[in-house]
Design a protein around this ligand. Structure first.
Ligand code: ATP
Ligand code: MG
Ligand code: MG
Ligand code: MG
Length: 470
């Protein structure tokens, strides 16, 4: 059986053998794009080469890129633990051509990799093409020998990639693995919702146009290639399991969580262990790349991920902070490929420990409040915004944590009323400050307050200090 670490090396080795430079993953906080919250694809670090803003130092590259999709445009947070194929943090394997080879060679290499190097059965694979991309359709037929019913034309934006409103763009082809019809379908929220039979493993982007303005698209003089393959998904296929959480890497992390809590990963507790394992990776890698929990921006996304995991640790009955105790297992699995984890081990451990100590001060009481408020509600009901806001403001429950806590019971949250309560509290705080006449001080105060959180800044009791203001 190939381990995740073997598969990563095999991918990079294959493309290196085929003339690609192995380039290290860039950090999760993008250096070259202030509009992007987290690096969410392999191409991010190469953007300027694709747009032509700077010259690529090599014509071809290959990477295993750390990605987080838990904020901004790509947000998979609500899928984690509920689908077999989504993580908040994952590794994207990719190969890139900067104006060098194009569609034909990209398809040739990809097909050789999946069927020869990785040994996947051809009859389990199918591909998609953008509906008018006749060239790709013909190439899949010729190179892969796929029958026409295995080359599916798709007309939606899923198969047309754009960097932004302007800039490079082009059609994509995606490779899917068919896990077979023994996987029963299921209703929304079930493990087999949306696409768990046919799993998308690889996306090949053919950058062949430049969008100059809306409605004005011209061919690029030197088209480029950008691909992204989910390492955990291909590992599941290669290890003969359906579910990403059953691959060697996740099994080791879940084992650590089971050992630390003494609770087996069965029944309702299975999802908790999976979420803990997933969020352990996301939080540790984010901290290693310099993000710390806070009440705004990236730091607040980190805090939300941490606290979601910590609620699950609590559900498992953990009597003491749990997450920090799992860091050694993560380092054992991933420290060799990502030495930054080792360098940041002390910071990761302390940050996780302190955040969990802090959240545990209010977590149990917040959950009691939530139970009291929803005890009489049944599936299809909505929790009022005032209670959700109180949980947020007084007990440190991010809105999405409350939503996640109620999801299994089919209860929604009145998010409009939540926002109204938030605005009202901000307005009240402002009103209490009016009349000093010192607008400069007020401006500074309000910006600090927004940054640090109202109650923290006012130095209330430990309980109130858990409140946050975005
Ligand atoms: P999906 O439709 O399954 O959400 P996607 O089309 O959003 O995937 P792409 O943006 O094409 O994904 O990313 C390239 C590859 O990265 C995908 O083919 C998949 O293998 C992997 N990938 C994407 N999102 C995730 C995730 N949240 N967790 C794990 N792997 C992912
Ligand atoms: Mg997606
Ligand atoms: Mg997709
Ligand atoms: Mg895709």
């Amino acid at each position: 059986m190939s381990s995740v670490n073997d598969i990563r090396s095999a991918y990079l080795g294959f493309y290196q053998k085929n003339g690609h430079e192995i380039v290290a993953s860039s950090p999760l906080v993008p250096r070259n794009d202030p509009t992007l919250m987290f690096t969410n694809a392999g191409m991010v670090q190469f953007k300027d080469y694709f747009t032509g803003r700077s010259a690529a130092p090599y014509p071809r590259a290959t990477t295993s890129q750390k990605c987080v999709r838990a904020g901004g445009k790509h947000n998979d947070l609500d899928n984690v633990g509920y689908t077999a194929r989504h993580h908040t943090f994952f590794e994207m394997l990719g190969n890139f051509s900067f104006g060098d080879y194009f569609k034909e060679r990209a398809i040739e290499l990809a097909w050789t990799l999946v069927t020869k190097e990785f040994g996947l059965a051809k009859d389990k694979l199918c591909v998609t093409v953008y509906h008018d991309d006749e060239e790709a359709f013909g190439l899949w037929k010729k190179i892969a020998g796929l029958s026409e019913d295995k080359i599916i034309r798709i007309a939606t934006s899923d198969n047309f990639w754009q960097m932004g409103d302007t800039g490079p763009c082009g059609p994509c082809s995606e490779i899917f693995f068919d896990h077979g019809d023994h996987i029963p379908g299921g209703p929304p929220g079930s493990p087999n919702e949306d696409g768990d039979r046919f799993i998308e493993i690889w996306n090949l982007v053919f950058m062949q146009f430049e969008q100059i303005a809306p409605g004005n698209r011209v061919p690029l003089p030197r088209p480029s290639i950008d691909t992204g393959m989910g390492l955990e998904r291909v590992a599941a296929v290669m290890q003969g399991v359906h579910d990403n959480y059953d691959i060697d890497l996740f099994k080791a992390l879940i084992r650590a969580s089971v050992e630390a809590t003494g609770v087996p990963a069965e029944g309702a507790n299975r999802a908790s262990h999976r979420i803990i394992a997933d969020h352990l990776r996301a939080t540790s890698f984010l901290i290693a790349d310099g993000v710390l929990p806070s009440n705004e921006g990236r730091g607040y996304v980190l805090r939300r991920i941490m606290r979601r995991a910590m609620r699950h640790a609590h559900l498992l009955g953990a009597a003491d902070p749990l997450m920090w105790r799992l860091v050694p297992a993560l380092i054992r699995e991933m420290g060799q490929a990502y030495p930054e984890l080792l360098r940041a081990e002390a910071l990761i451990t302390e940050t996780l420990r302190l955040e969990e100590i802090r959240f545990r001060r209010t977590l149990a009481r917040g959950l009691t409040l939530l139970d009291d408020a929803t005890g009489s509600l049944t599936s299809g009901a909505t929790l009022d915004g005032e209670t959700a806001f109180k949980l947020y403001d007084t007990y440190g429950f991010p809105l999405d944590l409350t939503q996640d806590a109620l999801r299994a019971r089919g209860i929604a949250v009145d998010t409009d009323a939540f926002q109204t309560a938030m605005q009202r509290q901000k307005a009240e705080a402002r009103a209490n400050w009016s009349g000093s006449g010192d607008t400069a001080t007020e401006t500074v105060w309000f910006s600090l307050r927004d940054k640090l959180g109202a109650t923290e800044f006012l130095g209330y009791s430990a309980e109130a200090a858990e409140g946050q203001v975005l």
